[in-house]
Design a protein around this ligand. Sequence first.
Ligand SMILES: *Cc1c(COP(=O)(O)O)cnc(C)c1O
Length: 458
Amino acid sequence: MPLMADSPYRSLPGVDVLLRRLEEEGIPHNVAVTAARQTIDAARMEIAAGAPAPAPGELAGRALAAGGDLLRPSLRPVINATGVILQTNLGRAPLSDRAVSAMQGVARGYSNLEFDLEAGSRGSRHEHVRDLIRRTTCAEDGLVVNNNAAALLMVLQVLAAGREVIVSRGQAVEIGGGFRIPDVLRQSGARLVEVGTTNRTYLRDYADAVTPETAAILRVHPSNFRVVGFTADPAIGELALLARESGVLLLDDVGSGCLLETRTFGLAHEPMVQESIAAGSDVTMFSGDKLLGGPQCGIIAGKAGPLELLRRHPLARALRVDRMTIAALDATLRSYVEGRETSEIPVWEMLGRDLASLKRRARRWAAAAGEAGAVVRSRSMVGGGSLPGEGLATWCASIRPPGGPEALAKALRKGDPPVVARIEDDAVMLDPRTVGPGDAGHVATAIGKALQVAPRAL
Ligand SMILES: *Cc1c(COP(=O)(O)O)cnc(C)c1O
């Protein structure tokens, strides 16, 4: 069908007009072409759907916004004002300055990743943090892989494939993102033998299940939920004794990689790696980026025999970590060795923040919201599948904008950098506990800006 003379399509500028405008703003040619085409195509679709043609100024604005979006990396920093310290969706543990500069130090150039500088010959990447894992956990040996899920899969496959692994019914759990213990066991080629009940499993349940086919007893810390009331689980020491007497391995997935006593922070006790090792676990696994406060990785600590089998297995190659991870983990573990963890590692620094300074910051944010803002008591969460149901007292800025909380939360997310808040009882809640000192001023500015655009944000 021929276009009519006054067809709204006619009033759309050519791609070349928009292109020139974008290039004037310094947007690289290839990106500008894509942005200009996308903008014109979108306008054509709107017209086809019956809308009038957008004004030229409006179109140029959209093209510039599209160009900006195309230039922005997909993965970028956000400000976490949710008060959840280990937020898996927001990248879990923020790294210490020391870890970041260690990563930078090896990122740009070459390193002795697999090179023995003393001998001038090939070395092993596994050597770099082995001694630090030994010193921080008191284990005989240590190995690092891509994450704790990989560690668990590898440990089961290398040490138990084709044989039986005994697990309490209360621990055959889903850890998150569809990662289920029974599935991992199946994947590893080991056979799951479930014992006990969801709430109560006794030592004799384990003992009765040991057969000549048994390779290991697996303990999994039920980190993301809590069974309360009529419960029973044998202590790790008892399981270690049973395993030793039965000639099988005790494998312990402690989850969060906690090396400090969480009770001193006003939280419940989170199982510590050292406790697992001291109790006699053969192989203990944990994440690097939960309460340990380091980079994403899975750390395997334990007895020399099983660790040597793991290190020599082809999966150690398939699941190996890169030099940046090793550098960051090295720096993080050194903070512990030197007794500087609570000041240097952000996770512990955040857990230890004092209420008075949190309240000061919350008050400043509430003031930025004017009439709509208030300072309220709330609770920060550890998150990341650690200490479920546990919280730390905190002060939040609570904002009840006239347009409702959703629009404001969205406007905050769309800022630069984005600010992620949580919504509670129809209010936007911003918790200073998880916001670094350098970002606090930005949050105040972001609140002011977001309140202006919020009515239009939905
Ligand atoms: C978080 C968690 C895992 C998974 O660790 P990733 O490092 O995320 O792979 C496994 N087991 C337990 C008990 C956990 O808490």
